[in-house]
Ligand binder design. Structure first.
Ligand SMILES: [Zn+2]
Length: 244
């Protein structure tokens, strides 16, 4: 599943279509497709894992879910049905296996931009404040909560907890304040590292625990398991990641 930084890269890749008119629209997305025809793209935005194509009076919201993808100019996923195809004068955009909706409301009413770890409006203090409401929850679940950490996906979750040396099954209420601050900071900081590595195509070689077998700090086997309420894959070291 694409995480926040991946959508930032998509936003940059689509810059050439900003200010361009949609000349053709097709695909199996169950939206009022005619609405997009001959309309000009005003902007591309992201909120966590939501990709937003902004027109003057509405926005097309794309959620990539687990297996969503896109391509530019060529239909690369011949085996997958095209969910939405947008033809512009200077190229074509394809989206596959994603959820697509049209939003009529002003985006500022829907999104709290300060909850997006990659947004300029990201508010670390507010995130730490919000954490208090989840005292009984496990950090591995809460880090994936898009209301608190929009953009953080499963890879970032695992790497952040390793970076700050916190066991994924730690209860929020038991984690010391300083450590909670470190988690909140790393959620955004790591996301920007992820973005920089992905731009240079070196993300995989910079992953320390996700998909790995041995702790690079301790040289001991990592634990791998589907834990927490969400039962998402976790990789961690019981020697250097403390359980609170
Ligand atoms: Zn370790």
């Amino acid at each position: 599943m694409p995480e926040g930084p991946t959508l930032v890269i998509l936003r940059e890749a689509l810059r050439e279509f900003k200010g361009k008119k949609v000349l053709e629209v097709s695909g199996n997305a169950k939206i009022e497709q005619q609405l997009l025809l001959n309309k000009t793209v005003r902007d591309f935005k992201t909120f966590g894992k939501h990709f937003l194509i902004c027109f003057t009076s509405f926005t097309v919201r794309i959620h990539f879910l687990m297996f969503g993808s896109y391509s530019i100019n060529e239909q690369t996923k011949a085996d997958k049905a095209v969910r939405l195809k947008l033809v512009f004068g200077n190229g074509t955009l394809y989206f596959y296996t994603c959820s697509i909706k049209i939003i009529g409301k002003n985006l500022d009413e829907i999104y709290d931009w300060s909850a997006d770890v990659m947004n300029a409006a990201w508010d670390k203090k507010k995130a730490k404040q919000k954490l208090k409401r989840y005292a009984d929850e496990l950090i591995c679940d809460v880090l994936l909560d898009q209301d608190l950490f929009a953009g953080v996906g499963n890879i970032i979750k695992n790497e952040v907890l390793f970076r700050v040396r916190v066991h994924p099954e730690s209860r929020i209420g038991a984690i010391p304040s300083q450590k909670r601050s470190a988690i909140v900071s790393a959620a955004s900081g790591y996301s920007f590292d992820f973005l920089a590595w992905k731009r240079k195509y070196v993300l995989k070689k910079n992953l320390l625990v996700y998909g790995k077998k041995v702790c690079p700090r301790c040289d001991l086997p990592l634990v791998k398991g589907n834990i927490g309420k969400r039962q998402r894959r976790s990789f961690y070291c019981i020697n250097c990641q403390k359980k609170y």
